[in-house]
Design a protein around this ligand. Structure first.
Ligand code: HEM
Length: 199
């Protein structure tokens, strides 16, 4: 096997692996975000743990997504340009499936930018974009199943099904979360103070 072929193959494996890891991390981030929005907490699991996990995992999503996009474009085996990663449905290669990936990436970028500008934007605008961004999860899932080489493998289908069950269960739980239990949880600031840690 020539060196070029070997490195192209390595990049392809990296694209697939980083795509799968990004989806798992994104799923965890969404589930934690939903949990956090209900202000759920317990004596063993204070709310700041959920919030920090949600924040740190979302940063890891961006790291693995960057790897996913870079390996895709640098690979060069199929014609995918840098622009195709952010401008949806214009790619010469599988425009629909790659376009969905670009939509998911754009939504995540919108969350990143509005989170960085949160103080200037105000809570309402930030929150609106944040909720909209949850749409990136089903879009990314369909992208992965639509274009992934592993989409036909049992392990990928099982991972996608597990991710769907996790998010649907979190949404179902959130919709049914009684107001009393949500309100009964102390505000985040009080909890942080009780555990002696700054935000
Ligand atoms: C949040 C955004 C994204 C997520 C969660 C994601 C996730 C995934 C997943 C799970 C797969 C299937 C991997 C496999 O079958 O092993 C995949 C495939 C792929 N993704 Fe993404 N993706 C995202 C965005 C993008 C973007 C913006 C691009 C464009 C550069 C892209 C390019 C690709 C390509 C080319 C494949 C097919 C790789 C193969 O040959 O199997 N993805 N993605």
């Amino acid at each position: 096997m020539s060196g070029t072929l070997a490195s192209t193959r390595a990049l392809w494996y990296l694209t697939r692996g980083s795509g799968a890891v990004t989806l798992v991390l994104l799923t965890s981030t969404v589930v934690l975000g939903i949990t956090n929005s209900a202000r759920w907490a317990s004596p063993r699991w204070p709310r700041f743990v959920t919030e920090r996990l949600h924040r740190n995992l979302s940063l890891l999503v961006l790291v693995f997504l960057a790897l996913h996009v870079v390996t895709t474009v640098v690979d060069g085996y199929v014609p995918i340009r840098w622009l195709d990663a952010v401008v949806p449905f214009r790619s010469a290669y599988r425009p629909l499936w790659l376009g969905l990936g670009a939509v998911a990436l754009d939504l995540l970028l919108a969350v990143l930018v509005t989170s960085l500008l949160r103080v200037r934007l105000g809570h309402g605008a930030w929150r609106a974009v944040h909720w909209l961004a949850y749409a990136c999860w089903p879009v990314a899932l369909v992208h992965g199943l639509g274009t992934g080489s592993d989409a036909g493998h049992a392990w990928m289908l099982a991972a996608a099904a597990a991710a769907a069950v996790a998010v649907l269960a979190a949404v179902w739980w959130r919709l049914g979360a009684p107001n009393g239990s949500v309100a009964a949880v102390a505000p985040l600031s009080e909890e942080v103070a009780r555990h002696g840690r700054g935000r």
